[in-house]
Design a protein around this ligand. Structure first.
Ligand code: SF4
Length: 215
């Protein structure tokens, strides 16, 4: 049995060859848009977030725009992303904090990002990696959470932060964002809720896939 690290690196290498393009992911053109879109993506598909942000970003261009937003109007504008009341409050408060503490800019520091409402480790890691080129942790979304234990890289039934910690030890920091994006892409295409192991080129190095073959 190959080591967990070797298996993980081989899995990522195969996924890179399998998917020439990852995604689609939330669309953004600056760190503020990235934070807003990522907060909106909680419990919502990236496709739906992009539908909403296409018009939202035309209206709200700065942190101050969100800080001054009318909450009821903002709720209507982001309604279709779900949990719209909480998310509208998050967006407005994010705008206020950025204006009050960060001169209207998104901070490139993990501790500061985690002080923004609606921003979890998952969101902060993505914002730092994509927006600032700093890979400090593996962002664990629903797909990463499903695939990592199936591959046997982490234990089953542990939380997102524990999975992130484990994956962070296995992979090199320069691979953290790719782990997130390739696992998501694979999780949408093949390793779906009922996995299509027969069509998966990771099967021989996947704990779940190999066990399924034996059964
Ligand atoms: S073999 Fe099956 S469980 Fe393993 S990664 Fe592929 S689809 Fe997912």
């Amino acid at each position: 049995m190959v080591s967990k690290r070797k298996q993980a690196i081989e899995a990522l290498s195969r996924l890179r060859k399998t998917y020439p393009v990852t995604g689609p992911f939330v669309e953004w053109s600056n760190p503020l848009e990235l934070v807003i879109a990522t907060v909106l993506s909680a419990q919502c598909t990236d496709k739906q977030v992009n539908k909403v942000t296409r018009s939202l970003f035309l209206k709200y261009k700065t942190a101050s725009d969100y800080a001054q937003a009318n909450l009821k109007t903002l709720e209507k504008e982001i309604y279709s992303t779900g949990f719209y009341r909480s998310k509208a409050k998050y967006l407005k408060r994010i705008g206020e904090i950025l204006v009050e503490k960060h001169d209207g800019k998104v901070p490139d520091d993990l501790a500061d990002l985690l002080k923004l409402p609606g921003v979890s480790n998952k969101t902060a890691y993505l914002v730092l990696a994509k927006g600032f080129g700093k890979q400090v942790g593996v962002s664990v979304d629903t797909h990463v959470k499903r695939i990592a234990p199936r591959l046997g890289l982490v234990k089953e039934n542990i939380g997102a932060d524990a999975i992130s910690d484990e994956l962070g030890k296995i992979f090199d920091p320069e691979d953290y964002l790719d782990v997130n994006e390739y696992f998501i892409t694979h999780g949408r295409a093949v390793c779906v809720r009922v996995p299509k192991c027969d069509k998966c080129n990771l099967r021989d190095i996947c704990e779940y896939g190999r066990l399924k073959k034996i059964r």
